[in-house]
Design a protein around this ligand. Structure first.
Ligand code: GAL
Length: 683
């Protein structure tokens, strides 16, 4: 049916709100979901049927509802109105659209903050947030958390067994901390619990420095950044992480008390959020989810791949993309739209990296919401925007692929460690303006990804069994337990590669007395003599690794006689002739230390050296510029997702026995921004 005819038939037939009659039939667990955020509370009910029919027509099968609808769900303290939400969920079910329910705690109603002004968030400068924006609450407020638990529990009591509700999103993009009195009290008790006595804290923090010595825990300032004691700053971040983990955990408990275990519980996180430790916050959640935006509209596919892998590592399982742009955002300096084909390309990239769902933000702009210029799937007139057809095409492909991909995941033989604590430690004392922990992760990931290998990104305390190669680009903090785990990984036959600044600090953010890499120096049989921020490139050369050091250069000094020097600095007053990269065989394993930040040529050479040690794990396709190929496998089979991120067609050499299931592949050619799902023979 032509769209106009379809829409006018719908508009004529659009029944006013249909009351919920009985439970909708359960949907079969889908391997892939696609849909959007939908805000039924912002629209007359008569419109819902039209929106849902348009979604169904595009084969969208999931909506996220409710995450900003607290004022509607609880119009006055303790008075709940869920009738509209019953009808919205039932209406979605009639269109075969499943629901993720958001707890609405990112947007408290005015009656709550008016009655309890002490729940309002206080900024570090002492200013207090108010109504009309969002996230104006204090994450530590017992009063607020009581209200938050209650609304989450009420929702779960009502929808925890609803077969059309597949999962829960707690809050929305948590992360903004508060500096109110209640937080300060919690901070003091958190410190007391961690240190036991103020003497222990004074000792571990070296508070003799600048006469910092404290007498009581409640004297310790709550500060998010320096200049402050490095231990204080690291503990501040740990404390904030633990408050957020409890905030999320409490809502998870409130939901699970009533919810069917079939419903997952998650929260939507943001890219490289530096406000808390994701691994800790995900402690009580079933799956991870993130909001994948490309603000400037020009995707860096490797950076995006890395972030997918990072999120997959939060729970070491498949994840959801809870928000993605249907074209453009409204919060970048220039809100450029993705090119035609790139919304689909990015959806398939998510699948390649273990994503099982993508939801576009948002379906339609609220007429007077603060985000009027954001990309949407339908326009202010309620009619499809140009992106609608591309999303519909993607959804049709997801429908064909879903049964095949159900139960499959990416599989990696290479792990890259991400230490949030090390990032905070380096952020506090960068020592060079250009030292950027996230860019460092990207620099190390980029050539490995370009070689076609799949990578798991894991926290420093992860179980590393089964990985042929473990890369730690920035492990500034290494505690004794981590050192022991890494040592046994190497002794067990693995290859550990450490980047610059590794093993400099202990668990208290204090300097290790062995110099870098601290408790791993004996295993390495070498140590860092000194480190030098540099403001010009320095050539580093060796038998197989040559490149240019930039930003940071460390001079390494062997202390054992079986240490191999892989590359030395060619010039520089303190550097010329000194080792920049060393490596040592330990039994069947190996440890390598890279003492500089390298340009891309150097990083590629280091990657070749690292990959030579990974016997298994050859890439499924010969690497080609801009082409990504990731395998997902499971009991049901092996599948290869191939994506051409480049602006030109790519000619592929497919693996033997590969068969196209979905996508654009034609006689081995994948067009610009083309995607293909191939099945691979099982061996
Ligand atoms: C996200 C947020 C959404 C919406 C979106 C716009 O950060 O969760 O509610 O504001 O950005 O890009």
């Amino acid at each position: 049916m032509r769209l106009k005819v379809f829409l006018s038939a719908l508009l004529l037939a659009a029944a006013p709100a249909v009351a919920a009659t009985g439970e909708p039939a359960p949907f079969k667990a889908a391997g892939l979901s696609i849909g959007s955020s939908w805000y039924p509370e912002q629209w007359p009910e008569a419109r819902w049927e039209v929106d849902l029919a348009l979604m169904e027509r595009a084969q969208l099968n999931v909506v996220r509802i409710g995450e900003f609808a607290w004022a509607r769900m609880e119009p006055a303290d303790g008075q709940f109105d869920f009738a509209w939400l019953d009808r919205a969920i039932a209406a979605a079910a009639r269109h075969k659209i499943r629901v993720v329910l958001g707890t609405p705690t990112a947007g408290p109603p005015i009656w709550l903050t008016e009655a309890h002004p002490d729940v309002l968030r206080v900024n570090e400068d002492g200013s207090v947030e108010g109504h009309g924006e969002r996230r104006q609450f204090s994450f530590a407020s017992a009063t607020y958390r009581g209200y938050a638990r209650r609304i989450a529990a009420e929702m779960a009591r009502r929808y925890g067994r609803n077969p059309n509700v597949v999962g829960w999103q707690i809050d929305n993009e948590i992360g903004v901390p508060s500096f109110d009195g209640e937080v300060r009290t919690l901070w003091a008790s958190w410190l007391a619990k961690r240190y036991g006595s103020i003497d222990a804290l004074n000792r571990r923090w070296t508070t003799e420095y600048w006469s910092q010595r404290y007498q009581r825990f409640d004297q310790i300032p709550l500060k998010s950044k320096g200049p402050q004691n490095p231990a204080l700053i690291l503990d501040y971040h740990r404390f904030v992480s633990s408050v957020w983990a409890d905030y999320v955990g409490e809502q998870a408990v409130a939901i699970r008390a009533h919810a069917d275990p079939r419903q997952f519980v998650t929260t939507n996180s943001t890219a490289w959020n530096n406000n808390f430790d994701q691994y800790l916050v995900h402690r009580d959640l079933d799956i991870a989810a993130w909001d994948d935006y490309v603000p400037g509209g020009r995707p860096d596919w490797v950076a995006n791949a890395l972030h997918h892998d990072l999120v997959r590592g939060y729970k070491r399982r498949n994840f959801w993309v809870m928000e993605a742009q249907p074209g453009r955002v409204d919060w970048a300096p220039v809100n450029r739209s993705l090119d035609p084909g790139q919304v689909r390309e990015l959806a398939w990239q998510m699948v390649a990296h273990g994503g099982d769902a993508i939801l576009y933000w948002q379906w339609r702009s609220a007429l007077n919401g603060q985000e009027q210029y954001h990309g949407t799937v339908v326009g202010p007139d309620g009619m499809p925007m140009p992106i609608y057809d591309e999303i519909a095409k993607t959804a049709a492909e997801f429908a064909s692929a879903a049964p095949l991909l159900a139960g499959t995941s990416p599989y990696a033989r290479i792990a890259m460690l991400y230490s949030q604590e090390s990032r905070w430690a380096v952020d506090q004392e960068k020592h060079s303006r250009d030292y950027d922990p996230v860019a460092t992760m990207q620099d190390w990931y980029r050539p490995v990804a370009a070689s076609g290998r799949t990578i798991d990104i894991l926290p420093g305390n992860a179980d590393l069994a089964g990985y042929a190669l473990v890369v730690a680009p920035l492990l500034n903090i290494v505690d004794n337990a981590t050192a022991e785990r890494l040592t046994s990984y190497v002794r067990g036959g693995g290859h550990l590669v450490l980047g610059p600044r590794s093993g400099m600090k202990d668990d208290d953010n204090a300097l290790w007395t062995q110099r870098q890499p601290g408790p791993l120096a004996a295993l390495l049989g070498a140590r860092v003599e000194n480190y030098y921020p540099i403001d010009a490139g320095v050539i580093v050369a060796g038998a197989s690794i040559t490149g240019s050091a930039k930003t940071w250069a460390e001079v390494l000094k062997p202390t054992a006689n079986d240490v191999e020097i892989l590359a030395t600095y060619s010039d520089g007053p303190w550097l010329a002739g000194k080792p920049a990269i060393v490596s040592r065989r330990v039994g069947k394993g190996r440890i390598t230390y890279v003492g500089a930040i390298f340009d891309s040529a150097g990083q590629r050479a280091i990657t070749d050296f690292m990959l030579a040690s990974v016997r298994a794990g050859a890439p499924p396709l010969p690497p080609a510029d801009g082409v990504e190929a990731v395998e997902r496998k499971g009991p049901g089979g092996r599948y290869l997702i191939v994506i051409n991120h480049a602006g030109e067609p790519a000619q592929l050499q497919l693996p033997a026995g590969a068969r196209r299931v979905v996508g654009d592949l034609d006689a081995g050619t994948l067009p610009a921004h083309g995607v293909a799902l191939l099945s691979l023979p099982v061996h």
